[in-house]
Design a protein around this ligand. Structure first.
Ligand SMILES: *Cc1c(COP(=O)(O)O)cnc(C)c1O
Length: 236
């Protein structure tokens, strides 16, 4: 059993991380990868998932992710899934494997600038607003079409746009959730055809969390971001 003294961690479970992880992995088709969302959980929890074979972790705060990056083995792929602040990009630029939540050209070009300084090309996902809730970040479909249509992103050689990311409405209405995931999948296909048809790295659809990832996979997700189902509940 996993015991933690981390202040944000609320350990109300006796499940093992390894068993939870295997339960999620057992249901994944081979074209779908798991981002284990470890935000607010302590190093020991991530180490347990690592020891069980997990290599992709998702974090939502740059400072927290950097501390974990420094403490844990270097073959981990760190995915940043939080809301981006321009002044924090430089701290993760040297090591981040993918940035999921990019929702403006300004952010793309800032990531590009910081990536250039460390001689890297950072894979980024365009975050699209697909949910009904107003609080979520992201481009609308039209804002994203417009940004891509302007074409300036093609000059950013230190980022690669690797796909799209979205979050469904937090609701029990399964039809609503399925509809939203399908809309992101359709949008991915649309912009793939229009802007990325000769670009093999544009291939990811990041959607699906603990409560809805089976629907996301049905709709074509290639990256699911699952936290509480693996690590237990968190308070934030
Ligand atoms: C926290 C978070 C997740 C994981 O949520 P769970 O419900 O714990 O699986 C996935 N994606 C994003 C963007 C998150 O912030």
């Amino acid at each position: 059993m996993f015991i933690s003294t981390h202040p944000h961690f609320f350990n109300n479970t006796t499940m093992s991380i390894q068993a939870n992880l295997n339960e999620v992995l057992a249901t994944l088709p081979s074209h779908v990868q798991l981002v284990a969302v470890s935000k607010f959980h302590p190093i020991e929890a991530l180490q347990e998932a690592y020891d069980a074979g997990q290599r992709i972790f998702g974090e939502s705060k740059v400072q927290e992710m950097t501390q974990k990056y420094e403490a844990l083995p270097k073959d981990i792929a760190w995915h940043f899934i939080g809301h981006l602040q321009t002044n924090k990009i430089k701290y993760m630029a040297p090591y981040v494997a993918m940035i999921h939540g990019v929702d403006s050209f300004k952010l793309l070009s800032e990531i590009n600038k910081q990536a250039a300084k460390v001689n890297r090309c950072i894979p980024c996902l365009l975050q699209i607003h697909i949910a009904q809730e107003e609080t979520k970040f992201g481009f609308t479909f039209d804002e994203c079409r417009e940004m891509l249509g302007q074409g300036e992103w093609k000059e950013l050689t230190n980022i690669s746009i690797s796909g799209v990311m979205g979050m469904a409405t937090n609701t029990d209405d399964e039809e609503q959730i399925k509809k939203e995931f399908q809309s992101l999948s359709d949008f991915f296909n649309e912009i793939k055809q229009e802007f990325f048809s000769d670009n093999e790295s544009f291939k990811e659809i990041s959607m699906g969390m603990s409560d809805d990832y089976p629907f996301a996979i049905e709709a074509g997700s290639t990256l699911i971001r699952v936290g509480s189902k693996i690590f237990g509940e968190r308070i934030y």
